[in-house]
Design a protein around this ligand. Structure first.
Ligand SMILES: *[C@@H]1O[C@H](CO)[C@@H](O)[C@H](O)[C@H]1NC(C)=O
Ligand SMILES: *[C@@H]1O[C@H](CO)[C@@H](O)[C@H](O)[C@H]1NC(C)=O
Ligand SMILES: *[C@@H]1O[C@H](CO)[C@@H](O)[C@H](O)[C@H]1NC(C)=O
Ligand SMILES: *[C@@H]1O[C@H](CO)[C@@H](O)[C@H](O)[C@H]1NC(C)=O
Ligand SMILES: *[C@@H]1O[C@H](CO)[C@@H](O)[C@H](O)[C@H]1NC(C)=O
Ligand SMILES: *[C@@H]1O[C@H](CO)[C@@H](O)[C@H](O)[C@H]1NC(C)=O
Ligand SMILES: *[C@@H]1O[C@H](CO)[C@@H](O)[C@H](O)[C@H]1NC(C)=O
Ligand SMILES: *[C@@H]1O[C@H](CO)[C@@H](O)[C@H](O)[C@H]1NC(C)=O
Ligand SMILES: *[C@@H]1O[C@H](CO)[C@@H](O)[C@H](O)[C@H]1NC(C)=O
Ligand SMILES: *[C@@H]1O[C@H](CO)[C@@H](O)[C@H](O)[C@H]1NC(C)=O
Length: 709
């Protein structure tokens, strides 16, 4: 009987809701947000050595607008950007540009900047100091590319607004993630762990998906964007951007990447303790007896240090930078989304609402459910933060021993401000965290970490998206979702059909959010939980308290703390500009240094390669464009069939002489199976900067080559 009940209930619910299915105004759009692909630190691993040298795939922003057809004010816009995290400064800039275009249509209340949390994109765009240390400060070009691209994605979504319906569902996902701090998870109460045995245990192993029918979808699945390792220096979108590319290009195979009309959304969920390195973590310690053995479990060390302990993705044996693993983890997410898109999902019904407040977490006093008053603390990083994770030992160089010999010029400027010695009150508040960086008190030359974060909830019918300013661990996400869902039911805002998802890191980067039990263990996620042991409970209390503002007829306005101060305009920026480009003597830009092989035809699986005299790609980001094409001769004329954003093509740039201003560009295309036989050529699009005068574009073309079936 109990086995029959659920399906009967599901049947009744879907019949009833189908009758009441709501119409929504829907808009979807994609745009390019790729910053400078060379000479710029990459964002995610916080590794000074990870400076980009070219392009694998462009980073994109995807926008979904959902509104009520007859009330313009009841509308939300959700952005899923191929970046490591949302940021207050970028969001502020985007909102200013949207206000100039759309007035009060898209605002701080209804606009969410969520990230895929990828680790192979261009860095330097965050406005706080700590995440700028490895990028040598703020990089205006990255910031500008993200802001401009997100606004363009919103423009495209806005232009495509049309009435339609939405459906929602979930499915299990196997092999897509693993817990990278399983020993910390085990400190959560056993009874609570037991509740989730069928949902993946120490990971959430299911995908939630909101279908826009033939126009696209938005899905959530928790897995870190760390499939590409820290030693990859080609700008890319990691597994979620790859999943979006694979899905979109399967729907419209002939469109260039980013030019499809179908928009596939692979958003991030409770990502904190997830990893795509599903084989586990092993010691890379040549010459040591433990080389190739699993790392020591509770500390993730090899021979007592963290540096050698690395997670392995499913394609570990296939290449050493993670490209195969990246595609495999992407494909698992694509398969889950395809399964859902070809199933009958539940209709989404009801109003569109949003609520947003700022919350100053530096000293937020609130009551736990049992009435005990507690408070959060100004931000601080624990010692384990410096150790990094098995996905990448992301150490800031200054924690590695002798700080007098730092190779980082930004650190040389800011180290005199190194975070003040924590007061007894801060030590007590953050306990048991041993404080390494007392960032909440570090405000010189400008704040190192945010103390004020964005709290935002978006409601689309019976779906509520919690937009999170950080990385919730698996159990932290479950607690938050369960508490908000209970509140939605208790207040009558939604009935038992309520779906709650978490999305982030979004809007502001408040680092990690572990449960108090995980916090007590102080692995990386606990050490990176900024505002003390009650960080999660503060969020649970705040998000729950905002639920009444999602009602069909909300009363009053929520109480908000002050918006955080604007920091971008005063940011330090030490990245040197491009000085000039020059070709070697007697050559010109685009001169072929190494031509493609023309003597023998190519076959699928082989790589075509050419080297050109180049110029610095920072001269022109070529947003919405390309640094290269593969062209095919079709009926006597050349047709572009691949761009720099196809994963089969690589663009690499290397300085030949800094003094002479010379550089080379390597272009390669690894021919996909199924590529039509024919005549092809490679093209390179560059932009050179003379010592005096303005930047000018040039093109170069390889010899013709043939591909046989
Ligand atoms: C930053 O880039 C924007 C364009 O995105 C430009 O208008 C502005 O002048 C730049 N600011 C600085 C300080 O270079
Ligand atoms: C998946 O969807 C079903 C049907 O709506 C629901 O009962 C179930 O709780 C969902 N599972 C998860 C893990 O959210
Ligand atoms: C993008 O698609 C539009 C319309 O489908 C087409 O006109 C345009 O040429 C395409 N752009 C590229 C770069 O393929
Ligand atoms: C880790 O586990 C080892 C062996 O089980 C134990 O000796 C050690 O104390 C543990 N370390 C921590 C930090 O828990
Ligand atoms: C890149 O890093 C991974 C993970 O640490 C390692 O296994 C691999 O050998 C490295 N590859 C290269 C080319 O250094
Ligand atoms: C935190 O706030 C409480 C009450 O508002 C106040 O008594 C206390 O001094 C504050 N602590 C700090 C560190 O600001
Ligand atoms: C309330 O709950 C907290 C956290 O579980 C606990 O530390 C505290 O002792 C509880 N207070 C009371 C009065 O039970
Ligand atoms: C930096 O070096 C100084 C002088 O050697 C030392 O007193 C200080 O503790 C060091 N700070 C860090 C964060 O290592
Ligand atoms: C470009 O190709 C040349 C010639 O094969 C090679 O020596 C060089 O390392 C390549 N440069 C990059 C940045 O891959
Ligand atoms: C490449 O093919 C085109 C079209 O057939 C032809 O016009 C051109 O001369 C060829 N280029 C070379 C270098 O052979």
């Amino acid at each position: 009987m109990t086995r029959l009940l659920p399906s009967f209930a599901v049947l009744c619910t879907s019949v009833l809701s189908a009758m009441a299915q709501s119409q929504y105004l829907l808009g979807l759009g994609i745009a390019d947000i790729t910053g400078p692909v060379v000479e710029t630190n990459m964002m995610g691993y916080a590794s000074l050595g990870q400076t980009d040298t070219g392009l694998h795939m462009r980073q994109r922003a995807r926008a979904w607008i959902i509104g009520e057809p007859d009330v313009e004010a009841n509308r939300i816009v959700f952005i899923n950007a191929d970046i490591a995290m949302g940021d207050t400064g970028v969001r502020r800039e985007i909102l200013a540009q949207l206000a100039a275009k759309y007035g009060t249509l898209y605002t701080a209340q209804n606009f969410a900047l969520s990230s895929t949390h990828q680790h192979s994109g261009v860095g330097g765009y965050l406005e706080n100091l700590l995440p700028q240390i490895t990028s040598l400060g703020f990089v205006n070009e990255t910031f500008g590319a993200i802001a401009q691209g997100v606004v363009l994605a919103v423009d495209r979504a806005h232009e495509s607004l049309a009435v339609g319906t939405l459906t929602i569902g979930n499915t299990s996902v196997t092999g897509g993630n693993i817990n990278r701090s399983p020993t910390a998870y085990l400190f959560n109460p056993q009874a609570e762990q037991d509740m989730y045995v069928d949902q993946g245990g120490d990971q959430d192993k299911f995908m939630d998906l909101l279908s826009f029918g033939s126009r696209g979808f938005l899905s959530w699945f928790p897995v870190h964007g760390t499939s590409l390792y820290e030693n990859n220096t080609l700008v890319s979108s990691d597994n979620k951007g790859m999943a979006a590319y694979l899905y979109e290009s399967s729907v419209e195979p002939n469109a260039m990447p980013g030019n499809q009309t179908f928009v596939a959304g692979f958003a991030q969920a409770n990502v904190g303790d997830t990893s795509p390195n599903t084989l586990g973590a092993f010691c890379e310690s040549p010459g040591e007896p433990y080389d190739g053995m699993p790392c020591q479990a509770n500390s993730s060390t090899c021979g007592g240090t963290v540096a050698d302990c690395h997670g392995r993705g499913p394609g570990f044996t296939l290449d050493s930078l993670g490209f195969h693993s990246n595609e495999m983890i992407a494909q698992i997410q694509v398969d889950a989304a395809k399964k859902l898109m070809s199933s009958t999902l539940s209709p989404v019904t009801g109003s569109v609402r949003s609520v947003h407040v700022y919350l100053n977490m530096a000293n937020h006093t609130f009551a736990l459910p049992n009435g005990t008053q507690v408070q959060t603390c100004p931000a601080a990083m624990g010692f384990s933060f410096a150790g990094g994770t098995t996905d990448g030992p992301g150490a800031f160089d200054f924690v590695q021993g002798d700080n007098s010999t730092s190779q980082n010029p930004l650190w040389e400027i800011v180290k005199s401000f190194i975070t003040p010695i924590p007061s007894a009150a801060q030590v007590a508040c953050q306990a048991p965290k041993p404080i390494l960086l007392n960032t909440g008190y570090a405000t010189e030359p400008y704040p190192w970490s945010p103390n004020t974060v964005d709290i935002q909830l978006l409601k689309v019918g019976n779906l509520v998206m919690l937009i999170i300013p950080g990385e919730l661990t698996t159990m932290a996400g479950r607690r938050l979702k369960a508490a908000v869902r209970a509140q939605l039911l208790a207040t009558g805002v939604l009935d038992n059909s309520a779906h709650v998802v978490v999305s982030g890191p979004a809007n502001t980067y408040g680092h990690y959010i572990a449960t108090p039990e995980e916090y007590a263990v102080q692995r990386y996620e606990g050490a990176s939980t900024l505002y003390g042991p009650h960080t999660l409970d503060a969020y649970i209390e705040k998000y729950s308290s905002l639920v009444p503002f999602l009602a069909d007829t909300p009363t009053g306005t929520p109480v908000s703390d002050a918006a955080p101060p604007e920091l971008t305009s005063s940011a330090l920026s030490l990245q040197s500009p491009v000085v000039f480009d020059a070709p070697p003597i007697f050559q010109s830009f685009g001169h072929i240094v190494t031509d493609v092989v023309t003597s023998t035809p190519f076959q699928a699986g082989q790589t075509v390669f050419a080297v050109f005299v180049g110029a610095n790609p920072r001269n022109n980001l070529r947003l919405e464009g390309t640094f290269l094409n593969v062209e095919q001769l079709v009926s006597g004329s050349w047709k572009a069939v691949r761009s720099d954003s196809h994963p089969s093509t690589l663009y690499q740039w290397a300085v030949q002489s800094t003094i002479l201003g010379t550089s080379n560009v390597n272009i390669s295309w690894t021919i996909e199976s199924g590529t039509p036989a024919g005549t092809y050529r490679l093209r390179y699009f560059g932009d050179s900067k003379p010592l005096i005068g303005s930047i000018s574009a040039f093109t170069a073309t390889s010899s013709n080559f043939t591909v046989t079936a």
